[in-house]
Design a protein around this ligand. Structure first.
Ligand SMILES: [Zn+2]
Ligand SMILES: [Zn+2]
Length: 350
């Protein structure tokens, strides 16, 4: 077994402290990653604080982190994709059954047997708990690791593993490209990635936000237009003008307002999970043959495609790098949306 230093919380108070645990030895198909950076995703906070217990009970001790990037330091004798020294990433899951229809079709995140989530889950033996990236090492099957070819600093690469693929997948699935009007609702960790990606895909991008203070940032990220949504009057002239809208907001808000902005056969995708259900007016969808859809991360092949796209277009997340002793403060600030745009823990020097 491999001794690993992690940062764990032992209950829903989410107080983090150093905690030592063991990873499995490197098997024939495994690689050992020396973790350099782990992003803080909002899911980490919900899980650490037990806020999703009704659906997915948190397994304590919890070492969160599913936006992982580091360097390969050891490989199993059957490994073909990686060599020692390569940069590798891990996203939201580290294994799946590999046999069911979703697994075969490249949607491992929807494995019928339940994927092995990177933390607060179990491996496919359904016994061994998984511990995430707030740690110095991870042993993972090479088929569930991602290759990173981006140049330079890796801190901004970590959030691509969740925030990147969460936004890339729906943009690709609905064919976002040049000449299209694309709206991004919310400019947080997800929204800022969506803006960069949609701009790189050639779309004309509008950011919808409740905070006028974010206009300057939106433009810096490449957005062409910025609309403050607190005054509904600002939306009226845009009725029926969008091909595609990606809604990244996790606070309660009226989805119908955005459906009205879609043109004929337009599509809106939700990736945020507000606390209360939305009431959808069917007329808004029927008139114009509009589509309302959802999306959850992406499979391994598509995540690799996203990383390659980001390397080619020099896209990274805007990050604030922190030390592990700042995790609790970073959680509080993330909840208050006081981060531009992702906290990343420096595990290299932890
Ligand atoms: Zn995440
Ligand atoms: Zn499966």
């Amino acid at each position: 077994m491999i001794k690993t230093k992690g940062y764990a919380t032992h209950d829903s108070n989410a107080k983090f402290a150093e905690w030592e645990f063991e990873r499995r030895d490197v098997g024939p198909h495994d690689i050992l990653i020396d973790i350099e950076y782990a992003g803080i995703c909002h899911s980490d906070i919900h899980t650490a604080r037990g806020e999703w217990d009704a659906m997915m009970p948190t397994m304590y001790p919890l070492v969160p982190g599913h936006e992982i990037v580091g360097r390969v330091s050891q490989i199993g004798n059957a490994v073909t994709k990686f060599k020692v020294g390569d940069v590798a990433g891990i996203g939201c899951f580290v294994d799946s059954c590999r046999e069911c229809t979703p697994c075969v079709d490249g949607f491992e995140q929807f494995c019928y047997k339940g994927a092995a989530y990177t933390y607060s889950g179990t491996y496919m033996d359904r016994e061994t708990p998984t511990y995430g990236g707030y740690s110095d090492k991870y042993v993972v099957d090479e088929n569930y690791a991602l290759k990173v070819t981006s140049d330079g600093d890796l801190a901004g690469v970590a959030p691509l593993m969740c925030a990147g693929i969460t936004t890339y997948s729906p943009l690709r699935r609905f064919g976002v490209g040049p000449g299209q009007n694309v709206g991004i609702v919310g400019l947080g960790g997800l929204g800022h990635m969506a803006v960069k990606l949609a701009v790189a895909m050639g779309a004309n991008v509008t950011v919808f936000s409740t905070s006028p203070s974010k206009e300057e940032d939106a433009k810096k990220l490449g957005a062409h237009n910025f609309v403050v949504t607190s005054d509904p009057e600002n939306l009226t002239p845009l009725t029926g003008t969008f091909n595609f809208i990606l809604d990244t907001v996790s606070a309660d808000h009226d989805v119908n307002m955005y459906i009205g902005l879609l043109g004929i056969r337009g599509t809106m995708v939700v990736v945020g999970v507000p606390p209360n259900p939305n009431v959808i007016h069917s007329f808004g969808l029927i008139f114009g043959n509009k589509t309302l859809a959802g999306s959850l991360i992406g499979g391994i092949a598509e995540t690799q495609e996203m990383l390659d796209f980001c390397a080619e277009h020099n896209i990274k997340s805007d990050v604030e790098v922190i030390k592990p002793d700042y995790i609790e403060t970073a959680y509080d600030r993330t909840v208050k949306a006081d981060v531009r745009y992702r906290f990343v823990i420096d595990m290299k020097n932890a």
